[in-house]
Ligand binder design. Structure first.
Ligand SMILES: Cc1cc2nc3c(=O)[nH]c(=O)nc-3n(C[C@H](O)[C@H](O)[C@H](O)COP(=O)(O)OP(=O)(O)OC[C@H]3O[C@@H](n4cnc5c(N)ncnc54)[C@H](O)[C@@H]3O)c2cc1C
Length: 296
């Protein structure tokens, strides 16, 4: 069987595309390796998505998933490991199956980057985290550090400030790159100490768990956790043979969100663009699906 469209990734970009494709009468399939909603699941509170004054990331994910089910859009929980082209058809290989489609939308998002420090991987879940919502409660009443200076870092530090005793907010520059609103709010938190012009240069451990961090190769700060928000890396290894990415792994698309390979589209955090937000990812997924629905 050949699908009209296969959508890789059930984050906001993939879900928006699936809604438009299904309502446009296409025979569509979504492939997702982890959970519906994608990275939204790790956001404490979304306050800038129209229709919701404030909604938790997991609740928004659940509402998106309800819509997928209400529209009876087929999906499989499978990881895509290879995407290739066979004449007009696209071949999508997962860990379990091989599917064929006329169009494919890549909406696989990106993952948080860790600091480049020895043994950091072994400390994930033992003091190192990139998800305040998942791990914040473990450090209730403790002293922790957050590293980063953009919207994600400040938004997550605000959430953590309600749980922990103290946060050292470490930023390599002398001012934040976040929205004015977030900067205003974080500066009002009495338990946040700002550590500007600083980098984490080492991690200290005790009995295999994080016990402290070293700043700028000199100062040591005892902390129970370090939450890292320094940037993200795209997930496009499975499409490497198609030559549709820039050296960093982000996908280049045209105005219709189509790549240089006809019938292969991309949307959301995975593409080269200026704004990485829920509302933009939704719009891009929808635009791509409208385009390939009209090609039918
Ligand atoms: C901490 C944090 C806070 C944020 N806060 C806000 C906010 O308040 N407001 C806002 O607008 N934006 C916010 N953002 C940004 C926003 O969440 C993203 O821009 C948006 O959700 C990206 O959606 P996406 O669909 O492109 O990708 P994702 O949500 O990352 O979805 C990609 C999906 O693809 C799946 N996938 C990946 N590889 C494969 C594969 N090989 N096979 C199958 N499935 C695969 C993943 O499991 C995932 O479910 C925040 C981001 C972070 C990290």
């Amino acid at each position: 069987m050949t699908y009209d469209a296969i959508i890789i990734g059930m984050g906001i970009a993939g879900i928006s595309a699936a809604i438009y494709a299904k309502r446009g009468g296409l025979n569509v399939l979504i492939l997702e390796k982890e959970r519906p909603g994608g990275i939204i699941n790790i956001i404490d509170n979304v306050e800038n998505y129209p229709g919701y004054t404030s909604i938790s990331g997991p609740d928004l994910s659940m509402k998106l998933f309800e819509q997928i089910n209400a529209l009876e859009i087929p999906y499989q929980m499978e990881e895509v490991i290879e995407l290739s082209v066979d004449q007009e058809e696209k071949i999508v290989k997962t860990t379990q199956n091989t599917y064929r489609a006329k169009n494919v939308l890549i909406a696989t998002g990106r993952s948080p980057i860790l600091l480049d420090l020895p043994n950091i991987d072994q400390l994930i879940g033992k003091g190192i985290s990139t998800c305040a919502l998942c791990d914040g409660a473990l450090y209730k009443g403790k002293e922790i550090a957050v590293v980063g200076g953009g919207n994600s870092a400040l938004q997550e530090a605000l959430y953590l400030s309600k749980l922990v005793k103290k946060i050292y907010l470490i930023h390599r520059r002398n001012e934040f790159r976040a929205s004015e609103e977030l900067i205003k709010r974080i500066k009002k938190c009495p338990n946040v100490e700002f550590v500007y012009n600083s980098q984490v240069t080492n991690l200290q451990t005790e009995n295999g768990v994080l016990s402290g961090i070293e700043i700028n190769q000199e100062k040591k700060i005892p902390v129970s956790a370090l939450f890292i928000y320094i940037g993200y890396a795209p997930k496009t290894d499975f499409a490497s043979a198609l030559n549709i990415t820039n050296p960093a792994g982000y996908i280049l698309v045209d105005d219709n969100y189509e790549t240089t390979v006809p019938g292969i589209y991309a949307a959301g955090d995975i593409i080269i663009k200026k704004v990485y937000q829920i509302v933009t990812a939704a719009a891009e997924g929808a635009s791509a699906a409208i385009h390939f629905s009209r090609q039918k």
